[in-house]
Design a protein around this ligand. Structure first.
Ligand code: HEM
Length: 374
């Protein structure tokens, strides 16, 4: 999409897309404004209440003051300090997954590593048995893909199954609390009231969906960079202190969340365009992060980039809750890879299948050729 983003930034930076019935915003400053200015651009879906969107009750799709109340219930579990306590568990998991991937005759980085890593971590935090992983992967994928599809008939049963599963888990914890996030949320109150079942389901669904495919894409997109520019991987191996740089530059260059929707509360100006009250606006993060006016040499992957103010995790009150977790997973994954893998490239004959949504940027498969240093 990147050549198209560039053209749009230059020629048509605020554009009405008839096919999705939404404004689309491409420049860094405009994208940041739309994502940050919650008083004018709401995160709540206009069709809230049709019961079909289980995230409608989640913090991602809520405006203040409810947003702050919901977020404060889980903020503590996601602070860098709390996340650091998962260090050894995640490191162990990373190395087990690498063992398995390196033993495969035909390794696929997405299937063998980048998918199970975040899924296992978030499932453990919530208290979902690891044995249900495949079901989760399926539901997550279907739900993300459906955001692109006006035909709801296929997705309704998925929401129902996923909702019923989560409901069952919540009931179990209600009867027998454990040391996990779901049990904590069952004890939580807002203004003296416990969360409703729909609130709880919204929480679980959001964490499962927001935390999985995004992190999978970050890892997969990094491997795409290594494959396209092997010199970058070689430099990292020589100097692993560049890991934070490579994570941030991958987040900027191949942003895992490509775009997020808002809708205008009231009539708004963006540049010389007037957005009417109630209209939808897509903030294209993937384009903002390639805006030359913000990032010199924006189309170049620069391991030594200074002042990388990318907005891959969003900006403002909805800034990604899971950013410290995604960063820790990324860091531990890369540390272990750099130690154990000498070169990693996409198989020359591989047919990569892009994830077919306007929201995320990544691929479904990544068959790789690996040489190890073991
Ligand atoms: C919000 C990206 C990983 C949980 C967001 C937003 C972005 C984002 C762009 C802002 C959405 C908006 O403003 O509408 C990413 C990326 C990730 C990642 C690129 C990985 C590389 C995670 C993980 C979790 C998570 C691992 C949880 C385990 C959330 C939640 C929100 C959020 C709960 C909503 C926060 C709010 O509404 O206040 N993420 N995310 N994310 N993310 Fe992430």
């Amino acid at each position: 999409p990147y050549p198209w983003f560039k053209t749009m930034r230059e020629q048509n930076p605020v554009y009405f897309d008839q096919t999705i019935g939404s404004w689309v915003v491409f420049r860094y400053a405009d994208v940041k404004q739309v994502m940050t200015d919650y008083e004018h651009f709401s995160s709540a879906p206009p069709d809230r209440g049709d019961g079909m969107n289980m995230f409608a009750n989640s913090m991602l799709m809520t405006d203040p003051p409810r947003h702050r109340q919901l977020r404060s219930l889980v903020n503590l579990a996601f602070t860098p300090r709390m996340i650091e306590q998962l260090h050894d568990r995640i490191d162990g998991l990373v190395n087990r997954l690498l063992d398995d991937m390196l033993a495969q005759p035909e390794p696929d980085f997405i299937r063998d590593f980048a998918t199970p890593l975040p899924m296992t971590v978030i499932a453990e935090m919530l208290g979902v048995p690891t044995a249900d992983q495949d079901k989760f992967k399926y539901w997550t994928e279907q739900i993300i893909t459906s955001s692109n599809n006006p035909d709801m008939s296929k997705i309704v049963p998925i929401y129902q199954e996923f909702g019923a599963y989560l409901f069952g888990m919540i009931e179990q914890r209600r009867n027998a609390p454990q040391a996990d996030l779901i049990s904590d949320l069952l004890n939580a109150q807002i203004d003296g009231e416990s969360l409703s079942d729909m609130d709880l389901i919204g929480f679980c669904a959001l964490l499962l969906v927001a935390g999985n495919e995004t992190t999978t894409n970050l890892l997969g997109n990094a491997v795409r960079v290594f494959s396209e520019q092997p010199a970058i991987y070689a430099e990292l191996r020589a100097n692993p202190s560049l890991i934070p740089n490579v994570l941030d530059e991958t987040l900027r260059y191949y942003s895992p969340v490509k775009a997020m929707p808002r809708h205008a509360h009231t009539e708004q100006q963006i540049g010389d365009v007037t957005i009417l009250a109630g209209q939808r606006v897509m903030a294209v993060i993937g384009s903002a992060n390639r805006d030359e006016s913000q990032f010199p040499d924006a189309e170049t992957f620069d391991l030594h980039r200074k002042g990388n103010q990318h907005i891959a995790f969003g900006h403002g009150i909805h800034y990604c809750l899971g950013a410290p977790l995604a960063r820790l997973e990324g860091k531990l994954a890369l540390e272990a890879m750099l130690k154990r893998i000498e070169t990693i490239t996409i198989k020359p004959d591989a047919q990569l299948e892009p994830i077919p949504t306007p929201i995320t940027f990544g691929v479904k498969n990544l068959p790789v050729l690996i040489t190890t240093s073991e």
